[in-house]
Design a protein. Structure first.
Length: 208
């Protein structure tokens, strides 16, 4: 399990040694090490999102494990799968042309039959949706062949749930607030899971 965090004081040494990954966004502005395992979020969760700015940023961005394709965000439970598919059809080919692997965001209304043939699936949306039977059905059916990532993982219980589904990676803001206290806790979670690696194994996107 890889935990992608925002670079903060005290965390970068763990990104240097590969213990943690780094999640980058258009608004973040951090200097990234070429040695880090990085994913590029799209920043659509912010009301400041601007497609042109995001696209210019991504085109200049050094190689990443995957880049999150623009999506339609609604945490109130409304179905946003269809408009997210529309954005995927518009942007995924361009992301590939820019040299990145695009990730499709799973939102309310997605089913196994309606998701695109994406190399990476990113579980987004509300907490209720992330933990729903629909998401479990999708992820357990595809996780052997696709990289699955869950967003907003800020507790051991959520990390455990993501891993049980078959997710290979997660991200969260757990270290953004109180890193002195929360970093040891997060490292403890990762060691706890590593001691029982029932879902670990070879995957096409897994780095050696």
């Amino acid at each position: 399990m890889i935990y992608y965090a925002n670079p903060t004081v005290g965390t970068t040494q763990f990104m240097d040694d590969g213990t943690l990954g780094c999640i980058d966004t258009p608004h973040q502005g951090n200097l990234l090490s070429p040695a880090w395992d990085v994913i590029a979020d799209n920043g659509c969760f912010s009301d400041r999102w601007d497609a042109d700015r995001w696209w210019r940023w991504l085109q200049r961005h050094p190689p990443v494990r995957f880049a999150v394709c623009p999506d339609v965000v609604d945490l109130d439970g409304d179905e946003t799968h269809d408009p997210t598919v529309d954005l995927w059809n518009e942007w995924a080919p361009r992301i590939r042309q820019a040299g990145h692997v695009p990730a499709f965001v799973l939102h309310q209304g997605a089913t196994l039959d309606t998701i695109p043939d994406a190399e990476v699936l990113f579980i987004g949306g509300s907490t209720e949706w992330k933990l729903s039977a629909a998401v479990w059905d999708i992820v357990t059916a595809v996780h052997h062949d696709r990289w699955v990532h869950m967003g907003r993982v800020n507790s051991w219980r959520r990390l455990e749930t993501a891993a049980a589904m078959g997710c290979r990676s997660v991200d969260g803001t757990f270290l953004t607030f109180g890193p002195d206290v929360n970093l040891p806790r997060l490292l403890g979670w990762l060691k706890r899971w590593e001691a029982n690696p029932m879902l670990w194994g070879h995957h096409p996107l897994k780095r050696s």
